[in-house]
Design a protein around this ligand. Structure first.
Ligand SMILES: Cc1ncc(COP(=O)(O)O)c(C=O)c1O
Length: 315
């Protein structure tokens, strides 16, 4: 089913699967837009910690066993397996299998949010969890927002008819705009396969610029893993930096960041973390923005220390 952005797909899925008081499982760090929806719906989110390959299956097992003991059956597992938002990891095929197994054993549907799957640096995307499954309770969500343009508002959801028909019944907009879909169809037929590698190249250049600017201006005060693709970098600042306060102070200077707690189910773990989105600004804006951010952070929290800055400039 075509939707107005994948956000509408998430709203429709929630509309048919969730009620206030329900529980869902998500990655501990996850898409802020999904978290605000869960909060608004008064749904409890159990966050599962991540590692370099995404959702940790061992900790998922622990959480599900604990919930079962308490008589709670989560309504679904929400995962962003391919270029996880915000950590930038990719779940390998083996772990996808393990996730399917465990979900099946506990009889819990999976919602796979896959909007970054085209934006992997090496171009090799693992098969979708939906494609690997023979079960009828996997829901796959995709979007053209990241690969073509967010303002077009064209997303889609692939789901068994049982779920899809109920979503259709609550899709109250009498149809998503056809003109955008026709524009996309015309453009993508001839250009999608050439456009995406070009886009990946441009994004990788911006990421490299961002990483170089962070190393120059923050020195060792900014820690991060190289993401496998996507449009964002998840950054750890020294303990004591409150990225919600940094967000306010930086915004006043014209620099926007995503404070970690808005992208995590564990606000204290994420307090000194932030998500930096590099898709829209130019490389010059990225360089200037990071320099401003470092100045603001130094003024508000005393880090990065100036000495680290000078040392890294000299090297
Ligand atoms: C993981 C994830 N899902 C869904 C969306 C919503 O995108 P859209 O509604 O533009 O398709 C986003 C946007 O940032 C996202 O990061």
């Amino acid at each position: 089913m075509l939707t107005s952005g994948s956000l509408q797909a998430l709203d429709l899925i929630n509309g048919v699967l969730l009620e206030p008081g329900d529980t869902v499982i998500a990655e501990q760090e996850t898409y802020g837009g999904a978290l605000t929806r869960f909060n608004r719906l008064k749904v409890t989110v159990v966050g599962i910690p991540l590692d370099g390959e995404g959702l940790r299956i061992d900790l998922l097992e622990v959480a599900l066993t604990d919930l079962k003991r308490r008589g709670i059956r989560p309504k679904y597992i929400y995962t962003i397996p391919t270029v996880q938002n915000p950590t930038g990891t990719i779940m390998g095929v083996q772990r996808r299998r393990q996730l399917l197994d465990i979900a099946q054993r506990h009889n819990i549907p999976i919602v796979e949010d896959d909007c970054y799957a085209d934006l992997i640096w090496d171009g090799h995307r693992p098969p979708a969890i939906y494609a690997m499954s023979e079960r009828d309770d996997i829901i796959h969500v995709g979007s053209f927002s990241k690969s073509i343009a967010p303002a077009l508002r064209v997303g889609y959801v692939v789901a068994p008819w049982d779920v899809l028909s109920r979503m259709l019944a609550i899709k109250a907009d009498a149809g998503s705009g056809a003109l955008e879909q026709m524009v996309l169809a015309e453009y993508c037929t001839d250009h999608f396969h050439a456009h995406v590698p070009e886009l990946r190249k441009a994004l990788r250049l911006k990421l490299d610029t961002l990483i170089a600017a962070l190393e120059e201006n923050f020195g060792t005060s900014a820690e991060f893993e190289d993401p496998k693709g996507g449009i964002f970098l998840w950054v750890k600042l020294p303990d004591g930096v409150d990225t919600r306060k940094l967000f306010q102070a930086a915004l006043a200077e014209g620099v926007a960041i995503n404070p970690g707690p808005e992208w995590s189910t564990d606000a204290s773990y994420a307090a000194s973390r932030m998500r930096l989105c590099f898709a829209s600004p130019s490389v010059d804006e990225i360089r200037r923005g990071v320099a401003v951010l470092a100045e603001v952070c130094r003024r508000e929290f005393g880090v990065p220390r100036r000495i680290a800055n000078i040392a890294s400039r000299g090297s």
